[in-house]
Design a protein around this ligand. Structure first.
Ligand SMILES: [Zn+2]
Ligand SMILES: [Zn+2]
Ligand SMILES: [Zn+2]
Length: 315
C-alpha cells in the first residue's frame, strides 16, 4: 500500500466541514493532523480522515505503547466523534439551524469567574461544551470571543443567555458542574477557616522560558498548581486542575502586562493570605518583591527567540 497524502484542497475542505476544530475536543486554532481512521494510509478519502489536534492524535497512536490493554482513543470512537461533529457543523451552518447554544456564567455579578458555552441538538444531546475563564479581567472581550466561536461554527445558531450567574462552585471545571464533586482546593478555599490566614500562593517565574507557575498551599500542604505560559507566541495558556484556557495575546499592552493581569485575577479569585514570588533555581528560588517578568516574554511573542528545546512546546 502506498501512502496517499491528502491534497491541499481536501485538507481545506475537511477543516471546513469540522469548523476548524478537532473533532474530539473541539479546540480550534491549534495544529491539526488528518488521521486515517482505519489505519490504511492509502485510503485517503474524506470518510476515512479525521481532523485531530496533536494531543488527541497522540492519544490514539500512543495508547498501546504505554498501557497495552488500555486504548485511550479507539478507532471506532474517532469515527463516532467525526460523524457526530461533522453532522452537527453541517446542521449549524444551515440558514435556519435546528441546533441551539446556551451561555451560562459562573461567579458573582461583580466577579465573573467563567462562562460556559454549550451547543446541543434539539433532543438535548450535547455536541460541544467549552469553558472560558475570565483570566484577563475583561468580560466584553471574553463575550466577543464566545460569539466569534459560535459564529465560526454556525452564524445563525441562536444563543440563549442564562442571566444570573451561578455560584462559582458550579463552574464545570472547578466546581461540581452538575455531576462532579468539588475539587479539594475549591473546598478548602470556600470552607477552611484557616484560608484567610494560612493560605499562600508561591509564584515561580521561569528565568529561561515564558512560563510562570503558581502553587497554592494551605498550612504547608500543596493544594493546587496553575501554570501560565506563552503558547505558540499567540496565546497565554493557563492550566490548572480542570482549567485549560488559551487567552489570545493582543499587540498592546505588552505581553508582560497581559500576564500580570491574568496572575492578579487568579490571585484576586483565590485570595491567599500570603504571596511569595521567586525566580532562579526552582529548588532555592531568589525572592522578588514584585512580579518582575523577564524581557524574554516579549521576545518570544515577536518570535525573536528560537524555540527552546522541548520545554517550550510542552503545553
Ligand atoms: Zn483534540
Ligand atoms: Zn494518525
Ligand atoms: Zn500551551
Amino acid at each position: 500500500m502506498t501512502r496517499v497524502r491528502p491534497s491541499d484542497n481536501q485538507r481545506d475542505r475537511l477543516k471546513e466541514t469540522n469548523a476548524f476544530r478537532c473533532c474530539v475536543c473541539k479546540r480550534r486554532s491549534v495544529g491539526f493532523h488528518l488521521h486515517h481512521i482505519d489505519g490504511d494510509n492509502a485510503n485517503t478519502v474524506d470518510a476515512n480522515l479525521a481532523v485531530l489536534c496533536v494531543e488527541d492524535h497522540d492519544r490514539h497512536h500512543r495508547s498501546g505503547e504505554y498501557a497495552p490493554r488500555h486504548t485511550e482513543l479507539k478507532a471506532e470512537e474517532i469515527l463516532q466523534f467525526k460523524t457526530d461533529w461533522e453532522s452537527f457543523v453541517a446542521e449549524a451552518q444551515r440558514p435556519e439551524p435546528k441546533v441551539l447554544a446556551t451561555l451560562s456564567s459562573y461567579g458573582t455579578q461583580e466577579l465573573i469567574h467563567s462562562l460556559q458555552l454549550v451547543l446541543q441538538w434539539p433532543d438535548e444531546r450535547i455536541a460541544m461544551k467549552q469553558s472560558y475563564h475570565l483570566l484577563d479581567g475583561d468580560l466584553d472581550r471574553l463575550t466577543d470571543e464566545v460569539v466569534a466561536d459560535l459564529i465560526s461554527i454556525g452564524p445563525n445558531v441562536k444563543m440563549a443567555m442564562i442571566d444570573a450567574p451561578l455560584p462559582v462552585e458550579h463552574c464545570p471545571c472547578c466546581g461540581t458542574g452538575y455531576s462532579r464533586t468539588l475539587k479539594p482546593a475549591v473546598v478548602a478555599r470556600l470552607t477552611d477557616p484557616d484560608w484567610a490566614t494560612k493560605s499562600s500562593a508561591s509564584i515561580y517565574i521561569n528565568p529561561a522560558e515564558p512560563r510562570v507557575t503558581i502553587l497554592f498551599s494551605l498550612r504547608d500542604q500543596s493544594l493546587l498548581t496553575g501554570s501560565l505560559h506563552l503558547c505558540q507566541g499567540q496565546f497565554l495558556h493557563y492550566h490548572c486542575e480542570g482549567i485549560d484556557d488559551r487567552v489570545p495575546v493582543t499587540d498592546r499592552p505588552s505581553v508582560r502586562t497581559q500576564v500580570t493581569k491574568i496572575v492578579k485575577n487568579v490571585l484576586r479569585e483565590w485570595q491567599p493570605a500570603w504571596v511569595f514570588i521567586g525566580t532562579g533555581d526552582p529548588d532555592l528560588p531568589t525572592l522578588l518583591p514584585d512580579l518582575n517578568l523577564p524581557e524574554l516574554w516579549e521576545q518570544a511573542r515577536r518570535g525573536l527567540k528560537p524555540r527552546k528545546s522541548k520545554s517550550q512546546s510542552r503545553c
